[in-house]
Design a protein around this ligand. Structure first.
Ligand code: BDP
Length: 326
């Protein structure tokens, strides 16, 4: 269609077309959780804010419920740029970014406020840098509460109660090590498969926070929830580093502000949902027990820490920094 036009005009037209394509970006985002879950609401808010704050120069389409695949696959997709955004738990990121794996050491955080104090300081900067190096940029942190054990046969009060039990964990050597040190059989498995595995007895138990225990229906097939609170792992709004770094400073600031605002909403919703989920499962007959003495669980984790230090001697100061953070 251009053959009758002067060459210079054809060039100008082509540049205009390319220019338009480059100035409006459409991003795609991954999330594993269902509608109404605090992370889902938070990610939808992030998408809205991205569009609003960038004046429509960036749009984000969110895919919820894990429809775009398992979390380890999605982490790879965001690293490689097949997807631009993910709401990831740092558990499955640890095997890729060793600095980010500190948060998956059992009992590393005293409680949620301690975790956020670390993330807001030097520790958080080191973790973010370790992730950025692997192509994943965390723009804001979500609350994911504390993870505790649940199973279908008995309350867990001591490490001896875990002995011989097959427990599903997320994909990470720290978690398989953790279960093995308690005398159990670790079974790494995708989140979407756990309900069926619990139901059919492929695994005896699993571990998660209140909202995921409830939203997945795991409580219907594993009715003993024992408050071991052995893992407190943050989650991120993560973006593909190249996509983010290619933006103008103004757009980078807009996307970062959108993530931080969405994260504040998620954190508020999280606290409400934890209470609501606990209420739902207790009303359904789940037996909840406090773990009166967590010290034996903590003591059993020494070899897990030792193995981590052996592979990552350079990360010992980061662990010590976290432990020394008030
Ligand atoms: C949930 C996390 C989700 C994980 C899931 C799991 O929010 O990212 O995939 O646990 O156990 O709490 O796999």
């Amino acid at each position: 269609m251009f053959h009758n036009l002067p060459k210079s005009l054809v060039g100008a037209l082509a540049l205009t077309v390319i220019g338009c394509a480059a100035s409006a970006e459409s991003w795609r985002g991954w999330n594993i959780h269902p509608a109404g879950y605090p992370n889902t609401v938070g990610m939808d808010r992030f998408a809205e804010l991205v569009e609003e704050k960038t004046g429509g120069e960036i749009t984000l389409q969110m895919f919820h419920g894990g429809t775009l695949g398992s979390q380890p696959d999605a982490v790879e997709q965001v690293r490689l740029g097949g997807l631009q955004v993910g709401n990831f738990n740092l558990g499955p990121i640890g095997p890729i970014a060793p600095a980010a794996n500190v948060v998956s050491l059992p009992f590393i955080f005293k409680d949620i406020p301690h975790m956020f104090r670390v993330l807001d300081g030097e520790g958080g900067a080191a973790i973010a840098a370790g992730m950025a190096e692997k192509g994943l940029l965390p723009l804001a942190w979500f609350d994911a509460g504390a993870r505790s054990f649940y199973n279908g046969s008995k309350p867990i009060n001591t490490p001896a109660d875990v002995e011989g039990m097959k427990i599903r964990v997320m994909n990470n050597d720290l978690f398989t090590g953790m279960i093995a040190e308690l005398g159990g059989n670790p079974s790494p498995m995708a989140f979407a498969e756990v309900q069926q595995a619990l139901k059919t007895g492929v695994v005896d138990g699993a571990e998660n926070n209140w909202p995921s225990y409830e939203s997945t229906g795991h409580y219907e097939v594993a009715g003993y929830y024992s408050l071991s609170q052995h893992l407190i792992i943050p989650e991120c709004i993560c973006v593909n580093a190249d996509a983010f770094n290619a933006l103008t400073p103004e757009l980078q600031a807009a996307v970062t502000a959108a993530a931080q605002e969405a994260a504040l909403l998620q954190r508020d919703l999280w606290v409400e949902r934890e209470a609501a989920s606990r209420e739902t499962v207790e009303a359904a007959g789940v037996l909840v027990n406090e773990v009166a003495d967590k010290a034996p669980f903590q003591a059993a984790m020494t070899p897990v820490y030792e193995a981590y230090f052996e592979t990552n001697p350079d990360l010992r100061p980061l662990v010590e920094l976290i432990q020394a953070t008030e």
